[in-house]
Write a protein that binds this ligand. Structure first.
Ligand code: BTN
Length: 266
C-alpha cells in the first residue's frame, strides 16, 4: 500500500480486521487503462487472492457487454478485486457483488440503492424520477494453472463529473446527497461488504445472498422487461432469480431463464 493516498489508506488500515481475505495488497494507479485488465494480468501471473487494484483515473474503463465506463480523475471509485473461488461460488459472485456494493453505499450515505439484474446499482426515485444508475459491476473470469480466477470490478459515480453528458439515466452519489462523500470510507465499506458476501458464498450461505438481492430488486419484480434473443426482442414479466443467479421471466410462451446479457425496462 506504499504509494496509496491517505484518503484510502487510513480507512483501509482502520478496517483491516474486517477486510480479510481482501485487500492484503492494494495496487494504486494515479492513471491506468482499466483496473480490471490490470487485475486480470495479475491473475494470469499467479497473483494472490484478495489483491485490489485501485485507480484515480481510467483511460479505457470497461463496462458490461463491451461498453466503456467513464472514469474521469477523482470523480469516482474505480476498483477491481482478484478472487480465486470454486466454480459454485464463482457463479454467484456477480449477484453477491451487487448486493455488497449496494449495502456499502447505503451504510456510508444513507441512500437506499436498488438492484437491476444482474448487478446494476440504481437509485429509484419512486414515481417522480426514473431509476438512475449510480454504480456498475463487471465480473470477468478465466482459468490459469488449473484454477479459476474472477476479477470483480466496480465503478461508483461519486461526483457529478463521473457521468458522461449524454447519459440521462445515471446519477452520482454527491448529486443525490447534495454534499461531499469520502471516497476512502466508501471504498473501504465496499471491500468490507464484498468480503462478507464472499464469505457467505464460501460458507454455503447462498440463500442469504439471494434473499438480500431479491429484497433490493423487489421493485423490478412484476415489471415488464425486454431482452435480445438471437436477433429478436423478447419481453415478459420479471418474476425472480434462481439458485444460480439467472433471471426468471414469465412470458406468454412460459417461464424463460436469462443467464447472460441484460434486460431493459421498455
Ligand atoms: C457496467 O457496465 O455497469 C459495469 C461497469 C464496471 C466499471 C468498473 S470501474 C473499475 C473496473 N475496471 C474496469 O475497467 N471496469 C470496472
Amino acid at each position: 500500500m506504499n504509494n496509496l493516498p491517505r484518503e484510502f489508506a487510513e480507512p483501509l488500515h482502520r478496517l483491516a480486521a474486517e477486510l480479510s481475505p481482501l485487500a492484503s495488497r492494494v495496487v494504486w494507479h494515479a492513471e491506468t487503462g482499466s483496473t480490471n485488465a490490470d487485475a486480470a494480468a495479475l491473475a494470469e501471473g499467479g497473483g494472490p487472492e484478495g489483491v485490489v487494484v485501485l485507480a484515480d483515473l481510467q483511460t479505457a474503463g470497461r463496462g458490461r457487454l463491451g461498453r466503456s465506463w467513464s472514469s474521469p480523475p477523482g470523480a469516482g471509485i474505480y476498483a477491481s478485486v482478484l478472487l480465486r473461488p470454486e466454480q459454485g461460488v464463482a457463479r454467484l459472485l456477480p449477484i453477491a457483488a451487487g448486493v455488497a456494493i449496494a449495502e456499502a453505499i447505503q451504510e456510508v450515505t444513507g441512500l437506499r440503492p436498488a438492484l437491476k439484474w444482474p448487478n446494476d446499482v440504481y437509485l429509484d426515485g419512486g414515481d417522480a424520477h426514473p431509476p438512475r444508475k449510480v454504480a456498475g459491476i463487471l465480473a470477468e473470469g478465466g482459468r490459469s494453472g488449473g484454477e479459476t480466477w474472477v476479477v470483480v470490478g466496480f465503478g461508483i459515480n461519486v461526483l457529478p463529473a463521473a457521468l458522461p453528458p449524454h447519459l440521462t439515466r445515471a446519477t452520482s452519489i454527491e448529486s443525490e446527497l447534495g454534499r461531499a462523500v469520502d471516497r476512502g470510507e466508501l471504498l473501504a465499506a465496499c471491500l468490507v461488504r464484498l468480503a462478507a458476501r464472499y464469505m457467505d458464498l464460501k460458507a454455503g450461505r447462498r440463500a442469504s445472498v439471494l434473499d438480500s438481492w431479491r429484497t433490493r430488486a423487489a421493485s423490478t419484480f412484476g415489471r415488464r422487461v425486454e431482452w435480445d434473443d438471437g436477433g429478436a426482442v423478447v419481453s415478459g414479466v420479471a418474476a425472480d432469480i434462481d439458485e444460480d443467479g439467472g433471471l426468471v421471466v414469465s412470458t406468454t410462451a412460459g417461464a424463460a431463464r436469462i443467464v447472460s446479457g441484460e434486460v431493459r425496462w421498455p
